[in-house]
Design a protein around this ligand. Structure first.
Ligand code: C5P
Length: 232
């Protein structure tokens, strides 16, 4: 089965920087290599991946070119994303449609430490399921509040799982689900939510603690520790 990968990197990446910091997080380096370059290479180095498509912000063309990626024909020229993550994923799916991949993995550029074994287990799960994503058990107790001040309840933590990427799907199914999702007034937080909403059967595979999404400034220090193998 042919596997395509959409790497969404079209965010402005501003939360991860201090005020006045102009380099968006996905173009910042950890361990001497840009985050986006690490994420792309994690997939290009997979023998069972046929195409990797980066989705970038239109204003980041030069930053992308400066990464010096390329040299592997499976890495496609980047396409431009939208104003939401959901719109950026859809732009990627539209660009992949002519290639008719069997499966597609959707990956946040901001997760550069995705282990090869995790990619394989997501692909493997798609043999039986229509959607698959890595998750980790939630270790914090989660409170519910309507106004951000008063607690109205406590979730049953045993039922909760934190979602990671890559999230994998049958290409045709997630493409049509995304097309329909784009026409309703609702914002979906991840692609698995769109698949669930479309009635697809989505399963979880064990995620990895190092597969972090670099979001806040202190995540860079954590990233450096992961690279140096010092994961406390
Ligand atoms: O902002 P957040 O870290 O949740 O974004 C997750 C991923 O989605 C990032 O890799 C970001 O670049 C991407 N994104 C996108 N287009 C947007 C917003 C976010 O590709 N409009």
């Amino acid at each position: 089965k042919s596997v395509a990968v959409v790497v969404v990197a079209a965010g402005r990446g501003e939360r991860a920087g201090s005020a006045g910091d102009t380099v968006p997080k996905q173009y910042r380096s950890v361990g001497g290599q840009a985050i986006l370059a690490r994420t792309v290479e994690a997939f290009v180095s997979q023998p069972n991946v046929s195409w990797v498509l980066p989705v970038i912000h239109p204003e980041h063309e030069q930053r992308y070119a400066a990464l010096g990626l390329g040299g592997d024909e499976r890495l496609l020229a980047p396409v431009h994303g939208g104003s939401t993550r959901q719109g950026s994923v859809l732009a990627g799916l539209k660009a992949l449609a002519p290639l008719k991949p069997d499966l597609v993995l959707i990956q946040d550029a901001a997760r550069p430490f995705v282990p090869a074994a995790l990619i394989e287990s997501v692909i493997y799960s798609l043999g039986a399921a229509q959607g698959a994503l890595p998750t980790l058990p939630v270790t914090d107790t989660i409170k519910r509040s309507l106004d951000g001040a008063e607690v109205v309840g406590t979730e049953d933590r045993r039922l909760l799982h934190a979602a990671q990427t890559p999230q994998g799907f049958r290409f045709g199914q997630i493409f049509s689900a995304h097309m329909r999702a784009a026409s309703v007034r609702r914002e979906f937080t991840d692609d698995a939510e769109i698949a669930e909403w479309a009635g697809l059967r989505v399963v979880m595979v064990p995620g990895h603690r190092d597969n972090i999404k670099i979001t806040h400034p202190d995540d860079f220090a954590r990233a450096e520790r992961i690279i140096s193998g010092d994961t406390r």
